[in-house]
Design a protein around this ligand. Structure first.
Ligand code: GLN
Length: 241
């Protein structure tokens, strides 16, 4: 069995080290003897026949314009159908915004998303830059945010977690990110997965279940280094808040 990772717009939507999330997913699979195949899906590229985990990183407004256009129609509909069928997804910042209904930049027409998330994002006047710590169902998560977009979740959409340090979705409602089925959205760059191994393993397990059709229990790994990196990032976030 091979877990297929669909890296959406890896060449253009890949800022602030977001490719580290692909490395974390593939390495934690490899340490367990699980095969993965990462397929980069660019503008104009077809989707592979099966995608078990989507990753969609961050990018500036300019990149989002072309990507938004490419996602409209059959491509976005297929991604949405995959999420409904249980595929996993991690979307970060600009990618997160385009998994919602739309992102409204400062000086461009609103960019339509694919409505996986019942959410709308609007560029704000302030740029949120800094370390973020949130409390979530995967425990404490730590990352780094750099966005002017303010995301507001629809009433039925769960956030990824509650902000403890940082600004999160919009700096007002104390929420960060979103979760719909196995699709996660967040503003956590960093990259987020290497310092949050529980989240990485949850995505990996969801992707494997999508690939083989039954739930799996992943063997534990020696996460002392990940835990030390996590603790150091949380300490820095609290100290510099
Ligand atoms: N253009 C979006 C914003 O600034 C996303 C930026 C990013 O992906 N870091 O909110």
């Amino acid at each position: 069995m091979t877990v297929v990772i669909g890296w959406l717009y890896g060449a253009t939507m890949n800022i602030y080290g977001d490719r580290g999330n692909i490395i974390a997913l593939t390495q934690r699979a490899k340490w367990r003897g699980i095969d993965t195949e990462t397929v980069t899906i660019g503008i104009g590229d077809p989707l592979p026949p099966r995608v078990d985990i989507y990753f969609f990183g961050g990018g500036q407004d300019q990149e989002q314009i072309a990507v938004s256009r490419d996602l409209q129609g059959a491509k976005g509909e297929r991604i949405k159908a995959d999420i409904e069928a249980g595929a996993a997804a991690l979307t970060v910042c600009g990618g997160y915004q385009l998994f919602g209904h739309e992102y409204r930049p400062h000086d461009a027409e609103p960019l339509p998303g694919i409505s996986v998330f019942d959410a709308i994002s609007v560029a704000g006047s302030e740029r949120f830059i800094g370390n973020v710590v949130i409390d979530s169902e995967w425990g404490e998560l730590v990352g780094f945010e750099n966005h002017s977009g303010l995301t507001h979740l629809g009433t039925g959409l769960a956030p990824l977690g509650k902000v403890r340090v940082g600004r999160g979705n919009n700096g007002k409602d104390g929420q960060e990110g979103a979760r719909y089925r196995n699709a996660l959205g967040c503003y956590l760059h960093g990259s987020v997965l290497p310092k949050n191994p529980r989240l990485t393993d949850w995505l990996l397990a969801a992707g494997i279940e999508h690939a083989i059709g039954e739930p799996v229990e992943l063997a534990p790994l020696d996460d002392r280094i990940e835990a030390a990196a996590h603790a150091s990032a949380v300490e820095r976030a609290v100290r510099t808040r």
